[in-house]
Design a protein around this ligand. Structure first.
Ligand SMILES: *Cc1c(COP(=O)(O)O)cnc(C)c1O
Length: 389
């Protein structure tokens, strides 16, 4: 679907080895808790069918997605990468059964889709009493004991059983009949602000909830939550963003390896006179004669329009300012101070990379790195640096 590199307007390099290394770092930090991986939104925009197998090879046994269809994609990728390999190693093609890693679907099962969950070996996260009853009824119809993961709302007020439903369940645990409770989870609202009082309140509420439910492993921490310390680790941590190089604690140096590099190709370079303007709305006006490099990336590629007159590129090791508005397919940089030998048509300007990581781009755009990653466009030529194994 993507253009070959020599034709593409931009090249997006995704380092699967760095993702695997980040997972191992988080696993070690969370030990003895287990470490899952959140690969929703197509692996935060980086390609879930490449990311999930790389993580499985690194040792990850539990994945989270948001939607049923994402779960199906991840299951297929894991079956191809992990189960085939095991079957090949055992020398038996079809006979070896392989359940593969667990996949939880955070948004739960849309009603009537329960058979698809069981067919693809997906476990819906049960976010309400209604979800629990529907999944238990499906288990009874199948005459099978099914795994269940219950999400308790401890302060996000978004998904999960609110306190009233938790207490209704606690006083009538037979509603879980036919289900095997494999996980009780909740989600932190302010984990990236370690001093926020809601963290402690959510931890207390989570412990309280687990205390009134049948015993089961617990999971509370996202990426930032892992850095709040071991009380928050429970039995399973659920990092997403940090796997992809996003700083888990914005105030501190980023301990994660960088994963993404994006280079946009210069299509043209032109000299403009002092007073000439650049782009839609003439929002940049040259104060001297300037050399303007036009790059084949725009907001249609997820290069956010909020970066107009605020973005930064790196060329020849030097920073160049984005001038003018971000258009659909083009952006413009002031390369006056860059030697012509470096800034010429066909050369690349780095838009995301070691010298300007996703967190810095997010700051420029007035957003968070999550949005930068999940917006990365489909027109980029994607290169994957393989992980080991
Ligand atoms: C997205 C998500 C995560 C991962 O969060 P990060 O901040 O990306 O680590 C964990 N748990 C739930 C419920 C989520 O929705």
């Amino acid at each position: 679907m993507t253009d070959p590199p020599e034709r593409a307007g931009a090249v997006l390099t995704i380092d699967l080895a760095a993702i695997a290394a980040n997972w191992q770092q988080l696993r070690d930090r969370a030990h003895p808790a287990d470490c899952a991986a959140v690969v929703k939104a197509d692996g935060y925009g980086l390609g879930a069918s490449r990311v999930a197998p790389a993580l499985a090879r690194a040792g990850c046994q539990t994945f989270f997605v948001a939607h049923l269809d994402e779960g199906i994609v991840v299951r297929r990728a894991l079956d191809e990468a992990v189960c085939r390999r095991k079957q090949a190693a055992s020398g038996r093609e079809q006979t070896t059964s392989c359940n593969g890693p667990r996949i939880f679907v955070l948004n739960g099962a849309p009603s009537g889709c329960e058979p698809e969950f069981s067919h693809h070996r997906l476990c819906p996260v049960l976010n309400s009493l209604g979800d629990i009853d529907a999944w238990a009824a499906f288990a009874r119809r199948q005459d099978r004991c099914l795994d269940a993961c219950i999400h308790i709302d401890t302060g996000m007020s978004r998904l999960g059983l609110p306190p009233g439903e938790l207490h209704a369940l606690a006083s009538n645990p037979s509603r879980l009949g036919g289900l095997h409770l494999t996980l009780v989870m909740s989600h932190l609202a302010c984990a990236d602000e370690p001093a926020h009082p809601l963290n402690g309140r959510q931890l207390d509420a989570f412990r309280g909830a687990r205390g009134v439910l049948p015993p089961a492993p617990g999971s509370l921490a996202n990426s930032s939550g892992i850095f709040l310390g071991s009380p928050y680790h429970a039995d399973l941590v659920r990092p997403g963003a940090a796997l992809y190089g996003v700083a888990p604690l914005p105030e501190l140096p980023n301990p994660m390896a960088q994963v993404v590099q994006l280079k946009g190709k210069i299509l043209q370079v032109r000299e403009i006179d002092s007073g000439a303007s650049v782009g839609y709305g003439a929002s940049h006006r040259a104060r001297r004669s300037e050399r303007i490099a036009t790059v084949a990336v725009g907001y249609a590629d997820g290069y956010l329009r909020a970066l107009s007159n605020r973005g930064v590129g790196i060329i020849g090791g030097q920073r160049v300012p984005l001038v003018g508005r971000v258009s659909m397919d083009l952006i413009t940089f002031d390369v006056t101070d860059i030697p012509e030998a470096a800034a010429h048509p066909g050369a690349f300007i780095e838009l995301v990379g070691p010298d300007h990581p996703v967190d810095a781009v997010a700051l420029d755009a007035g957003t968070i790195a999550y949005e930068i990653l999940t917006s990365l466009g489909r027109r980029y030529h994607r290169l994957y640096v393989p992980s080991e194994g």
